[in-house]
Design a protein around this ligand. Structure first.
Ligand code: NDP
Ligand SMILES: O=C1O[C@H](COP(=O)(O)O)[C@@H](O)[C@H](O)[C@H]1O
Length: 453
């Protein structure tokens, strides 16, 4: 049994309670991380008992009770080196430091760590968005390089821990029938959509500074794009897998030189969603309306490679959307020639990879009942098997195994900012209007996604 310690900076936050601790509980329940101690740190004036109750509630009944009972909480300002030194002084064995903090605070905490001696083998685990823009991401990478070697820096993107997202690899590279068709010769467009019913949910402190573009598209959806567009790696070992993803993101740029033509931004107004009356985003507690933060973003990019040049990849994510649509849709070109006499072949073939519900569907045209020359659109569906672990459990397994495969490499994090930066500048300059949509609706009418949900 190897003793080690997980330190969670931002222990009182939403991420820690809702996703990180349940993921850790599920991982601990497998017995794969024996000897773990847990330390929580945030500015809140909590004590050990308060933190232990939160940990036990998030783990669930009877899960890793020894870890919950021994957990420590230290009131901490993570931007102060003395506070961080005190927290590290309580740790046993090698340490993993999880920054469950808003990105600007993470950067300040890393600066503070430069004045602290870190135990041998320390792993640094950073949340998305990585930095607040490209310059900040580059600066943060320089600081991190002084704190730990790249293989011990885990830039978390929990979408890479979702079994449905990882299924893209199996679907593409362990089957003969789809992969030969995935190129500009056959594919008309690729849509990656993550529309949520969730609204702000009390997260103004973080979200009002990030917005949908940084919160979802610059991070999660570009990672999905990388998996959908990458060349086949010979192995899923970290070095090669991350190289193939980096190839795609380096080749990705906006569809047009005019950000107004290839981006949309919008914000929800008051509305009703599943019986909940939601206030307008601008009226949510903690929101500064003058920031003009978007709650829905769309972006069209091209992956400028031999395989994909000319295929639009349309990325979209929105909050408080009535129809929770979470999927990647590959739309194929029409067949080059349909014999005269066959009717009803208007729908293009589509491959749909659902991220909730987790399902795979192939839409195509076959004989319907009755007239054999009249075709109907049908869908073949399969459910993806659930993963052993929730996404954060999967991500943490990589951290404890010292395996960075599922984390985002430093250069890739900077590329993701490079891709969205012309849009960020155009939005800041007011070149793209901030549209509105009622909460509970399907989003703004002026959408870049031609296909209706
Ligand atoms: N919530 C989610 O669904 C997800 C969040 N994330 C990422 O997780 C990160 C955190 O988000 P979230 O948990 O929602 O944000 P919250 O605002 O809920 O939590 C932020 C945490 O940081 C702490 N904090 C802030 N400043 C300091 C400081 N100077 N010293 C010590 N603690 C500090 C806060 O405690 P206090 O202010 O009391 O000190 C709080 O515990 C973000 O980068 C987000 O992108 C990623 C995936 C999903
Ligand atoms: O990172 C984030 O992801 C969630 C959506 O992910 P899910 O796994 O909870 O479905 C999103 O709601 C949140 O705004 C964002 O920060």
């Amino acid at each position: 049994m190897t003793d080690q310690t997980l330190i969670i900076l931002g222990a009182s936050g939403d991420l820690t309670a809702r996703l990180l601790l349940p993921g850790l509980g599920a991982l601990l329940a497998t017995g794969q991380v024996p000897g773990l101690s847990l330390i929580g740190a945030a500015r809140d004036d909590w004590d050990d008992d308060h933190w232990r109750r939160r940990v036990a509630e998030s783990f669930g009944d009877g899960v890793a009770t020894d870890v919950a009972e021994r957990a420590r909480y230290l009131p901490t300002d993570v931007t102060k080196a003395d506070d961080l030194r005190r927290v590290l002084g309580e740790a046993n064995g090698p340490v993993a430091i999880f920054f469950a903090l808003p990105p600007a605070i993470t950067a300040r905490a890393c600066d503070a760590l430069l004045d602290v001696e870190l135990p041998e083998g320390t792993r640094l685990v950073l949340e998305k968005p990585f930095g607040i823009d490209g310059d900040a991401a580059a600066a943060l990478n320089s600081v991190l390089a002084r704190l730990a070697p790249e293989e011990r820096i885990h830039r978390v993107d929990h979408f890479l821990g979702k079994s449905t997202v990882l299924n893209i690899l199996g679907l593409r590279f362990a089957n003969r029938i789809f992969e030969p068709l995935l190129d500009a010769g056959h594919v008309a467009s690729v849509d990656i959509v993550f529309d949520e019913k969730l609204a702000l949910e009390g997260r103004a402190g973080y979200y009002d500074h990030a917005g949908a573009l940084a919160d979802m598209i610059q991070s999660h959806l570009l990672q999905i794009l990388a998996l959908l567009a990458m060349e086949a790696p010979t192995t899923l070992e970290a070095g090669e897998f991350r190289d193939r993803k980096a190839d795609v993101l380096r080749a990705t740029r906006l569809w047009s030189k005019d950000p107004a033509a290839c981006s949309r931004r919008a914000r929800y107004t008051a509305g009703e969603l599943d019986g909940r009356d939601l206030p307008a985003y601008a009226d949510e507690p903690g929101v500064d309306e003058s920031r003009g933060t978007e709650t829905l973003a769309e972006l069209v990019v091209t992956v400028d490679t031999w395989r994909w040049a000319g295929v639009p990849f349309r990325l979209r994510s929105g909050k408080a959307v009535g129809n929770s649509r979470k999927e990647a849709v590959i739309t194929f070109k029409h067949p080059p020639r349909i014999p005269d006499g066959l009717r009803g072949c208007d729908q293009p073939d589509r491959l749909r990879i659902g991220f909730g519900p987790d399902r795979l569907a192939v839409d195509f045209n076959i004989n319907g009942p009755g007239d054999p020359f009249e075709l109907d659109a049908v869908s073949l569906e399969a459910a993806f098997g659930p993963g052993d672990l929730p996404p954060y459990g999967e991500v943490l397994r990589g951290v404890f195994d010292n395996d960075p495969t599922l984390s985002v490499r430093g250069d890739t994090a900077e590329q993701c900012w490079r891709i969205v930066e012309p849009v960020v500048s155009a939005w800041r300059a007011g070149d793209v209007p901030l549209l509105e949509y009622p909460a509970g609706s399907d989003g703004p009418a002026d959408s870049l996604l031609s296909e209706s949900p």
